[in-house]
Design a protein around this ligand. Structure first.
Ligand code: PEP
Ligand code: MG
Length: 324
């Protein structure tokens, strides 16, 4: 097995019939790059920048952030790096930022909602990102987008900061992609409209499942409802991927589901372009891909989405199509 994995390290991520996808990694700090290299990651699909804020006694400065982003971009040597702007709130608190006590923190003041409300914090982060953009292939991603209005507002602030930097003579990349996480059902439902304005989608299934099933992702008592293979989730994922492709954009996934061995065959069938997961799942997934035929997986996912009524039926179907 060790030998097989060593070999897989330098192989491309392709299905049995030669369909390419990108296997990327989720990271929380520049230190995680070692693991990404050791596991053959082809990019960073999610850099959770909130750790920069959580590991600090006060708001990280623009320079602190610039250093962290530059390290990651340089470390990846031109491979794509999706940096998510801070996702604070929900279960993640900041001691130095007064966040309100809420009845339903996961439905409350969180992520882009905080960024748009306290835009000086947001602008600082965007300037750091824009300055770092010349050191690699930066993609900026906004978390917890529910409406097009929010996306337009965030994008406008980004454009404003970019123009200000350029006016000051600071060099900024002109090929930064700007996308959103799809983790709120409202955004999945309107994916066709979002697809006209964003450069990419990354589906955050950890939250998308929680919000679609109305089941707190941390609550053991309702964990039976936390169902990645529920046909409703598969249909939403399909809508998002189809919407992206209709506009010539790419769709990735950065929730846990992207590295799940039952989900991967379905996601290949649905046409997902990029799979971002914990680095330790990459080789296992690359190995699985080699056993999958993309036309067969397309048939599988079509049946799962149109015929299956329960999770158990979906699992049974996947096991019928994917045999060892
Ligand atoms: C997600 O919601 O799927 C996701 C990747 O974001 P996080 O787990 O950080 O909420
Ligand atoms: Mg999330």
């Amino acid at each position: 097995l060790k030998q097989e994995w060593d070999q897989l390290l330098n192989e491309p991520s392709v299905t049995k019939d030669g369909k390419h996808v990108e296997l990327a990694a989720n990271i929380g700090t520049p230190k995680d790059l070692v693991g990404v290299k050791d596991n053959g990651g082809e990019g960073i699909g999610l850099y959770r920048t909130e750790f920069l804020y959580m590991d600090s006694a006060e708001l990280p400065t623009e320079d602190d952030q610039y250093e962290a982003y530059r390290k990651v971009l340089e470390g990846m040597e031109g491979k794509p790096v999706v940096v998510r702007t801070m996702d604070i709130g929900g279960d993640k608190e900041l001691p130095y930022l007064e966040l309100p006590k809420e009845m339903n923190p996961f439905l409350g003041y969180r992520a882009i909602r905080v960024s748009l409300d306290q835009d000086s914090i947001f602008r600082t982060q965007l300037r750091a990102l824009l300055r770092a953009s010349v050191h690699g292939a930066l993609r900026i991603m906004f978390p917890m987008i529910a409406t097009l209005q929010e996306f337009r507002e965030a994008k406008a602030i980004l454009e404003e900061e970019k123009a200000l930097l350029i006016k000051k003579g600071v060099e900024v990349s002109d090929s930064i992609q700007v996308g959103i996480m799809i983790e709120i059902p409202a955004a999945a439902v309107l994916a066709d409209q979002f697809a006209k304005e964003v450069d990419f989608f990354s589906i955050g299934t950890n939250d998308l499942i929680q919000y679609t099933m109305a089941a707190d992702r941390m609550n053991e008592q309702v964990s039976y409802l936390y169902q990645p293979y529920n046909p409703s989730i598969l249909r939403l994922v399909k809508m998002v991927i189809d919407a992206a492709h209709s506009e010539g954009k790419w769709a990735g996934m950065c929730g846990e589901m992207a590295g799940d061995q039952i989900a991967v065959p379905l996601l290949i069938g649905l046409g997902l372009d990029e799979f971002s997961m914990s680095a330790t799942s990459i080789l296992k997934t690359r190995s699985l891909l080699k056993k999958l035929d993309s036309a067969e997986m397309k048939e599988l996912s079509h049946k799962a989405v149109t015929e299956c009524t329960t999770v158990d039926e979906v699992i049974e179907l996947v096991n019928k199509y994917v045999k060892d």
